[in-house]
Design a protein around this ligand. Structure first.
Ligand code: 8DG
Ligand code: MG
Ligand code: MG
Length: 147
């Protein structure tokens, strides 16, 4: 039977914030291979954004999260990739439940490893949906007063 027509999918990704730093991992994927990206993945049937964020962050890093908040959504079309894809990407922010706990690389087939990166000194190359946000001046941190 013919391949089904491709459809857009929903992704949920998390700015995990600690002090001035954000958690990033270098991808191993047909989409954005070798670029630095946020933890996250596909929204499953029946899940809330917050549930998906907590599940994906724990599956990928072993970290539990707190204080999850919705930030924004972007539309990302990857026609140039080996496998074309289209994601509606929902961005949330959260804090690690236990800030002293180190992230583990729980899916080494999908990620080279996790690290905390200062927002003022991000690694490169960033995964392009993230790169686009950074260039536009997007700031995932809450206002100073509530930090
Ligand atoms: P899953 O099987 O665990 O559900 O999926 P995954 O393997 O963890 O998926 P993913 O590629 O990490 O995330 C799904 C899509 O989300 C990804 O292919 C493109 C989109 N996406 C963005 N920005 C980011 C980002 O910064 N990080 C991640 N992980 N995905 C992102 O548009
Ligand atoms: Mg995942
Ligand atoms: Mg993922």
């Amino acid at each position: 039977s013919p391949a089904p027509a491709p459809v857009p999918r929903v992704a949920v990704v998390v700015f995990l914030l600690k002090g001035k730093a954000v958690l990033l991992g270098r991808r191993r994927s047909s989409v954005g291979d070798s670029t630095f990206a946020l933890p996250g993945g596909h929204l499953e049937f029946g899940e809330s954004f917050e549930e998906c964020a907590a599940r994906e962050v724990e599956e990928e890093t072993g970290l539990k999260i707190d204080g999850t908040e919705l930030l924004t959504v972007t539309n990302n079309v990857f026609l140039e990739e080996p496998k074309p894809a289209h994601y509606v990407t929902v961005f949330l922010r959260a804090r690690p439940a236990r800030p002293e706990q180190e992230p583990e690389n729980r899916e080494p087939e999908k990620c080279h490893g996790w690290g905390w990166y200062d927002w003022d000194d991000l690694p490169s190359p960033l995964f392009w949906p993230l790169e686009k946000m950074v260039r536009s001046g997007f700031d995932p941190f809450p206002p100073q007063a509530s930090r």
